[in-house]
Design a protein around this ligand. Structure first.
Ligand code: RB5
Length: 149
């Protein structure tokens, strides 16, 4: 369960812009604060330009939880997962959100802005924010994700 006082970092490219605005409005109505890393319109942009700053802020510990969006959710997820302190899970249904929190301790939710209805994206987001990491055997697995130098 993500503490309601947490500030949720959020970022998208043009492919996820409309959904980002929708999710931001829903989050704020539900009492969460948000920090928007852009983009600010549906003009074409390059997703790494918005996703890197958000992922860096999660990696540095400035934010605990983030939501990223692009058209497919893939480019955003790939970019974010370059950071050692980031575990970004791509989710297209609520069960995926449950699993990526419970089993992977995901700290970023990646949403496919062009492939799921907005109301479902909000349900996925709520599931992500209200599901806890299970720990136990999953801690061992998550600890093995990092590539050793
Ligand atoms: C933009 O057209 C699209 O490529 C982008 O939103 C994303 O899906 C990339 O992975």
């Amino acid at each position: 369960m993500i503490d309601g006082s947490a500030v949720i970092a959020i970022a998208s490219d043009h492919g996820g812009f409309e959904m980002k605005e929708f999710i931001k409005t829903k989050l704020e109505a539900a009492g969460y604060s948000t920090k928007d890393f852009g983009t600010n319109s549906d003009n074409s942009v390059d997703y790494p330009d918005m996703i890197h700053p958000l992922a860096e802020a999660i990696n540095n510990g400035n934010f605990k939880i983030g939501i990223i969006l692009c058209g497919s959710g893939n480019g955003a997820q790939m970019t974010a997962n370059k950071y050692p302190g980031v575990r970004a899970g791509l989710c297209w249904n609520e069960e995926q959100a449950t699993l990526t929190r419970r089993h992977n301790n995901a700290n970023i939710l990646s949403l496919p802005g062009r492939f799921v209805p907005f109301e479902l994206a909000w349900k996925i987001t709520l599931r992500f924010l209200t599901t806890d990491f299970e720990g136990g055997r999953h801690t061992i697995r998550v600890d093995k994700i990092a590539v050793n130098p």
